[in-house]
Design a protein around this ligand. Sequence first.
Ligand SMILES: [Zn+2]
Length: 465
Amino acid sequence: MSSVVVALVIALAAGGGVATALFVVPRASQALQAVTARTLQADPEEPAAPGEEPTAAGPSEAGAPTGGEPEAPTEGDGSEPEIPVGDDEEPEPVDPDDELERAPALDAPSPGKVPTNPPLQLDDVEIEIVEGTRPWVIHRLTPFETFDQVAHRYDVTPEALRTWNGLGPDAKAAGGMRVKLQARRVPPPRQEVQYTVQPGDTWWSIAVAHGIDSRELRAANGTAPRRLTVGETLDLWIDPAVHHWVHSDRAALDDEDVLTNIRRGAVGVGPPWDGRLMNGVQIPAGEGWRRKLRPSSYGTTHAVVTLVAALQAFHASSGYERALLLGSMSRRHGGPLSGHRSHQTGRDLDIRLPLSADNPPWFPIKPWRVDYEALWRLLEALADTGEIEIVFLDYELQKPLYKAATSLGADEDTRRRMIQWPRGRAAHSGLVRHESGHGEHIHVRFRCGPLETECVAGNPSTDGG
Ligand SMILES: [Zn+2]
């Protein structure tokens, strides 16, 4: 029945040097929740309407600054907490904030007929990845959008955004403000729509159905924590790319075709060491692994789908008989996680090193107790997804890993591509890199998903090889 067709096309524009990730959705997709459409500015350069906040800066002038983007911080996490051992998965404590988000809307004082929401009209959507000359873009801030978030959205550094717009450290972002920037990536702007709360709705269900952050939704519709009321009208600021992905009937990611039970729309915002996770999905239970820290077992859809595919492949083919012990990924909303520097955006995960069979599973990890062949198989399964940015492992353990890879028949090219050893612990090559404090677990960082409009990839200076 559905006529929704989604195509994710990478097209190289001839001569322009511009790669375009084209994400096309025909209008009037009936798969959408009924939503009142108020089609908004699709053009980021649309002039300000009367009565709006003044712009922070006008359009670009000749001689506008072009540089000034400092290096990202280093990738490493330093020493991280140990992953608990034992058979049980840690229970998840009740979160009052979560309870509120999931409480159904209260009936209105004078119940009447609740207007339904007409289908949302959506324009075609394009995320343009700029490879040539970077265009100047004027962006109008939406309510509660931060300067950092705007920078992430266009893949520029927050420092550059501040420089381009003369924003001091105390400058406050406000809805309607305009900023200029030289974009590396140009996603479609968020669209504001109005939504009438229906019986059974929760903050969480409305946010998830529209691919928007549940906390932003609440912040944009009243400051005090409160329950919804049936029939009330909410302002929704929808990210078209995420929304289309949530509602398309064809997966944007290949693996989703076989893993359709993992909810779409969980996306990371910002870099792993200074960001958050929007509507995180929890790693599902599965044969072959255990989630040892469930309150921090949430990730992006892209990372969790990729992880499950890799774990299933490892379980099916490695011959490793014990369950892998998964440590922290991120909390449901991401942000700082105790004991970790990164793990903030739902795409970092710690996995306890597999012990060889002659060691009881509760033994502390020592280099001589590690099952390096199983570890190599696990890394192969992860790398085969093509969606791993980097893996941290203490340099001392990389040599025996390299030997295991050799004995399992990995050719030299593969070993060099996968493992930093023997080029030195500071070498910027190899998927597996040294990081102190990673002698008992590997730390896996997944790539940003193709439709995560505000995800920031790792530091390119350590992403070579
Ligand atoms: Zn970690």
